[in-house]
Design a binder for this molecule. Structure first.
Ligand code: ADP
Ligand code: ZN
Ligand code: MG
Length: 487
């Protein structure tokens, strides 16, 4: 039931997110087992990630460097010392009976991420970024139709994760969506995660509360889990904040609890209330030393930082005179931005290059269901095509045809142009001859034009273009026609 707009207007929405990002290391965080996804169950396991008694964890240096890069990108302070702790709970996919995580001494804190929110740039506070290990995966078969068989796959047990916790700074489900989009983009630029939500490498729990509009005290929150797409996050938060408002309007109180999103029913339902909340009995992990972060190590992470999306967008607008919109599109992914800059480096005019990449090339890629990195037309080849167009050798219209052929045949632009005899006719004498033929063949239209019906110039231009198989330079055609027709 949609909520009355008046009721919504009486409340402000407050949202904070807890995001888990799987790191792209080749081996797990505390052992040498592979992190590869999709292999047969339990083929990447050893005494450490199976949680066998007496096995000792060894920290993966690469996981720490990746986590640091994420923390730097989120403008966090990296603590010179952090510590791993045991988070104790029982679940079949957690054979040790505890998860090694970070608790009161996290890797990094006090950061922020800047994004569009409420029509302007806003900073969302990042409370902390910490490292932890993933649990295994349970698979349930038969549910709900028959007897259930449950299986455990421990390939994921011990895969490195970072958890990113935001301050309660988001003010709408739309802002939560935008935040997660920007966060994912940054992680992809950093190449620390593939952020594949379907495979669980990006997971998000959302905390939401409402409060009377204009007040500052936080209301009681609920936490929504099981959000495995950006759309679900937004829908679940809309459902959940409306549900809270509805209750408050009825005079009920919000119960602090964890709720699950049911995408089939498009609603959340209560899973456990805070009364049954876990007491994880955190304590320092005795098998691992505190994590001391040297300046040299921090410097190593800083040096490995790529240019991030915001900085790259800014640079593209200034260096190439692009609109904010085009620059934002072109920096959507690092691969696309690299491709675009490759076209410019290849000698193409930056604005023309932007148009050809964003409209024609992306269109062809979408049709072929390919990523930019798999483009059959290289940046250098597109640069050649754009130069042929800019130099007047072929028209833009021919350019589209040529690009389509380059895309399917892998040929160079000049080769396609030569083979098809597509060069643009810019020789005024040739165009004049064609124009005169058209005029001679259409005496009625010519007379009308000369009697003042000059709106037919477009029609005449079309006739000359047709006569030249689309190869004449259209601007020149118009100029010459105007002169010839007014004689
Ligand atoms: P908990 O102790 O329940 O884990 P935390 O204070 O650690 O809660 O916060 C977890 C997440 O919930 C953070 O992202 C935080 O910003 C968010 N959060 C905390 N309080 C609220 C609130 N009243 N409304 C919305 N989000 C909140
Ligand atoms: Zn292992
Ligand atoms: Mg907490």
């Amino acid at each position: 039931m949609p909520l009355a707009t008046e009721a919504r207007a009486n409340y402000d929405v407050v949202i904070g997110l807890e995001v888990h990002v799987q790191l792209l290391t080749r081996s797990k965080i505390f052992c040498g087992c592979s992190t590869r996804f999709g292999d047969p169950p339990n083929t990447h396991t050893c005494p450490v990630c199976l949680g066998l008694p007496g096995a000792l964890p060894m920290l993966n240096r690469e996981a720490v460097t990746m986590a640091m890069k994420a923390a730097i990108a989120l403008n966090c302070v990296i603590n010179s010392q952090s510590r791993f702790s045991r988070k104790n709970y029982f679940y079949p996919d957690l054979p040790k009976g505890y998860q090694i995580s970070q608790y009161d001494e996290p890797l990094a804190e006090h950061g922020w991420l800047e994004m569009e929110g409420g029509g302007q740039r806003k900073r969302v506070g990042i409370t902390r970024v910490h490292l932890e290990e993933d649990a295994g995966k349970s698979l349930h078969e038969g549910f709900p139709d028959s007897a259930v068989s449950s299986y455990i796959d421990l390939n994921r047990s011990g895969v490195p994760l970072i958890e990113i916790v935001t301050e309660p700074d988001l003010r709408s489900p739309g802002e939560a969506y935008e935040f997660l989009t920007r966060l994912k983009q940054i992680m992809l630029y950093l190449e620390v995660s593939d952020c594949n939500m379907e495979e669980g490498s990006l997971r998000c729990d959302a905390n939401a509360s409402v409060r009377p509009a204009g007040t500052t005290a936080l209301g009681t929150k609920t936490e929504v889990k099981n959000l495995n797409s950006f759309r679900f996050l937004q829908r679940a938060l809309t459902y959940e904040t409306d549900r809270q408002i509805e209750g408050l309007e009825r005079g009920d109180e919000v119960t602090q609890e964890t709720r699950l999103w049911d995408s089939r029913e498009q609603r959340t339902y209560g899973m456990r209330s805070k009364e049954y909340a876990h007491d994880y009995r955190y304590f320092p992990e005795p098998d691992l030393l505190p994590l001391a972060m040297s300046e040299a190590w921090k410097e190593e992470a800083r040096r490995a930082m790529p240019e991030l999306p915001d900085a790259r967008r800014e640079r593209l607008t200034h260096a190439y005179g692009l609109s904010d919109y085009d620059a934002a599109q072109l920096t959507d992914s690092r691969a696309l931005a690299d491709y675009y800059e490759g076209v410019v480096d290849g000698g193409a005019d930056p604005k023309l290059a932007a148009n050809w990449v964003l409209s024609e090339l992306l269109y062809l890629l979408k049709e072929a269901k390919r990523q930019i990195a798999e483009s059959p037309v290289s940046a250098a080849n597109l640069a050649e095509l754009v130069q042929l167009i800019a130099g007047g050798k072929i028209t833009g219209k021919m350019g589209k045809e040529v690009l389509a052929e380059m895309f399917s045949s892998l040929k160079h632009a000049t080769a396609v142009v030569a083979e098809r005899g597509l060069s643009q006719i810019s020789d005024p004498q040739k165009i004049l001859a064609a124009a005169r033929e058209v005029i001679a063949a259409n005496p009625k239209q010519t007379e009308q034009y000369r009697n003042g019906k000059t709106t037919t110039l477009g029609w005449f231009t079309g006739q000359v273009m047709k006569a030249t198989r689309g190869q004449a330079n259209p601007q020149l055609v118009q100029e010459i026609l105007k002169k010839e027709l007014s004689q």
